[in-house]
Ligand binder design. Structure first.
Ligand code: FE
Length: 359
């Protein structure tokens, strides 16, 4: 696996990792400055392609080990360009049929859905992907597939909150949590997807009530990251919040006694909200068959455990067990509402959160 020179340049001009950034700025100067000189010598597509190109917003340390292993096994180099998802979507769109990208890989069904709606992803019908990835975690037209599962759930301070008092996302709008709740900004797609799913389940008016309740209960302004939110609970700024479980996992790997605890939300109702990181074959992929084979491999048992574990996520393939801290959290019931709803209702969710005063 070789990281493209352009991607290295990008890394230098990007202040923080794409995944850790909240404010998506599609028109980053970085994407403009990227040159594809390193690709000009590319050999024309052949029956046995020696390389694939992935556009990805995922942090390099999460994907590089997998790409390297794929290269060892197949002889196919997997190069990638790393930027935030909005910049990559714009780039794919602008490049059209001239693109060098075979695969688009990012986080959150909301982002994958958006790329699919823009016509940037190729529908693929793969028996092995359909078998490896549960239906709710992939596009029904085969334009994108979840490759790892992240749970967005409740976390709390075990000394200030009795787990018995916790139940659902919806209940965090109740009076018991007045001045005790922390949230991440509504600008983050993770929260847009969560609220989109609530709209699907409760309708718009009821969901707006819930979100207003959250806003009323806030202990402080919404945070720019899940990590800051977790640290605010530790510091006593608030008692309870909603985050993706792997952010807490990172804290617990550093310090097993970290005083913030995970609670599986909505176990008696809809199930915990899950989302994915995932990928699709690009509409104008120079090597679509090889791109499909890479996705099939990433969803296979062989790659799944590591793919999920690198970011303390859950394997998307139900035949693969999570490991370590993720396994210790125990099994939970996940919401099985098709994730493409998160995309379809995203704009509605954004407007609703705005009306409810959730910033
Ligand atoms: Fe994240």
């Amino acid at each position: 696996m070789r990281i493209l020179l352009s991607a290295l340049l990008l890394a230098l001009v990007t202040a923080c990792g794409p995944e850790s950034s909240d404010t998506s700025t599609p028109e980053t100067a970085a994407s403009e400055s990227v040159e594809d000189e390193s690709l000009e010598t590319a050999e024309p597509a052949a029956a046995e392609p020696a390389r694939l190109v992935v556009y990805t917003s995922r942090q390099p340390h999460l994907i590089e080990p997998l790409f390297n292993r794929y290269t060892e096994q197949t002889g196919i180099d997997v190069d990638y360009i790393n930027d935030n998802e909005a910049a990559l979507i714009e780039r794919l769109d602008a490049e059209g049929s001239e693109t060098v990208a075979d695969v688009f890989m990012t986080v959150d069904a909301g982002n994958l859905w958006h790329a699919a709606e823009r016509g940037l992803l190729l529908p693929i019908d793969s028996e092995s992907l359909n078998a490896a990835v549960p239906k709710a975690l992939r596009d029904d037209q085969g334009r994108w597939f979840g490759l790892s599962v992240r749970a967005r759930t409740i976390v709390y301070h075990p000394e200030r909150v009795d787990a018995e008092a916790l139940s659902t996302y919806e209940a965090l709008a109740g009076e018991a949590w007045d001045g005790r709740l922390c949230l991440r900004t509504s600008q983050k797609v993770y929260n847009q997807s969560l609220v989109a799913m609530l709209i699907e389940q409760h309708g718009e008016a009821n969901t707006e009530e819930i979100v207003r309740g959250w806003v009323d209960n806030l202990a402080t302004e919404p945070f720019s990251s899940d990590t800051r939110l977790i640290e605010a609970i530790e510091a006593g700024q608030c008692d309870v919040g909603i985050v993706n479980s792997y952010y807490l996992g990172r804290k617990l790997v550093e310090d097993a006694d970290y005083p913030v605890t995970l609670f599986w939300a909505n176990q008696e109702t809809t199930g915990t909200h899950v989302n994915v990181s995932g990928a699709g074959v690009t509409r104008h992929a120079p090597r679509p068959e090889a791109a499909r084979a890479l996705l099939e491999w990433l969803a296979s048992p062989e790659a799944q455990a590591e793919f999920a574990q690198n970011n303390l996520e859950f394997p998307v393939n139900p035949n693969v067990e999570p490991r370590g801290i993720v396994k210790e959290w125990g099994e939970f019931r996940a919401d099985d509402t098709p994730l493409q709803i998160a995309g379809e209702r995203q704009a509605q969710a954004v407007r609703l959160m705005d009306r409810a005063g959730y910033r």
